[in-house]
Design a protein around this ligand. Sequence first.
Ligand code: OKP
Ligand code: ZN
Length: 342
Amino acid sequence: MQVVTSDDHLKHHALELDSTTLIPSWETPTRVDSVRKALAADHPFVAPRTLDESLLHSVHDADYLSFMATVWERWAAEERGPAAMGVAWPSRRMAGNRRPTSLRGLLGYHGFAADCSVVADTWAAAKISAALAQTAAEIVTGGERAAFALCRPPGHHATRDQFGGYCYINNAAIAVEVLRRAGHARVGVLDIDYHHGNGTQDIFYERNDVFMTSIHGDPAFEFPYFTGFADEIGSGAGAGFTRNEPLPAGTEFEPWFAALRRCLDAIIDAGCSAVVVSTGVDTFTEDPISQFRLATDDYPAIGQLVASAGLPTVFIMEGGYAVDELGENVAGILNGFEEATR
Ligand code: OKP
Ligand code: ZN
């Protein structure tokens, strides 16, 4: 399977608030090395094509995009310090829909979590990451059965107008748009990252041309805490086109896999003609920030099941923080998929 990858992520390494200390983000540049190492022998690496900026505008609001393009310059001029981040976010019983003018206000308005900051090269890296997703989707619309975008930074937490959860541009949504523009009338999203894909859900919540599914740590205890409950099913035209599978801490492979079957069945039943897999492997038992118990040996079965749907498939890298095993776990999914399609 073609793996779309680039070195342009390297200079992006944000800081995150851990308890009361700013630490280097768990979302590290070394993650890409781990995945490349595990894929190099069996899969060709290809470079990204030029980003089609109109895709960014299909997925994100114009005021968000213009803010993100200039936030680091403004931060460096007005505040200095190693990373730009908010201190206050619109919250319950605040109207929250008026856009402030100051840099501090805008960082809160266009962000939702203190685990995520902007550094000098963040926006450049995020745009390349989006280009990786676009390219992988174009490889699939070009006739390949599947492709993998080794995206970094990840994307599934980024909403139409907010960064957070290590995400700035929603790469999975970019891939969906490429598939939609190429004529796929309805696209499924299978978000298997340990965390709820709140950004992807937000972007497609009122649409019936995208069927969004996510399996994740129950937001009652896990980040992003406020979305991903089973009763979030879409609204308006999109009612019934979102499916959430929140699961308890300590979930083992068997119940997790049963949830995966339900999500894939729902995508098939909805008549989707292509699928985007938000491929997080922070479901791994040794993941340092997550609480499911999948084993390295479990990942090939995931790829096999996804392949059994028979659909054109775009895999997008999301989370996974056990860096030493990250590559092997991703390779398990992709190799399982390929073995089942051979
Ligand atoms: C991004 B992706 C840990 C803080 C965790 C949230 C995790 C974001 C995960 N001390 N911050 O979905 O893997
Ligand atoms: Zn995650």
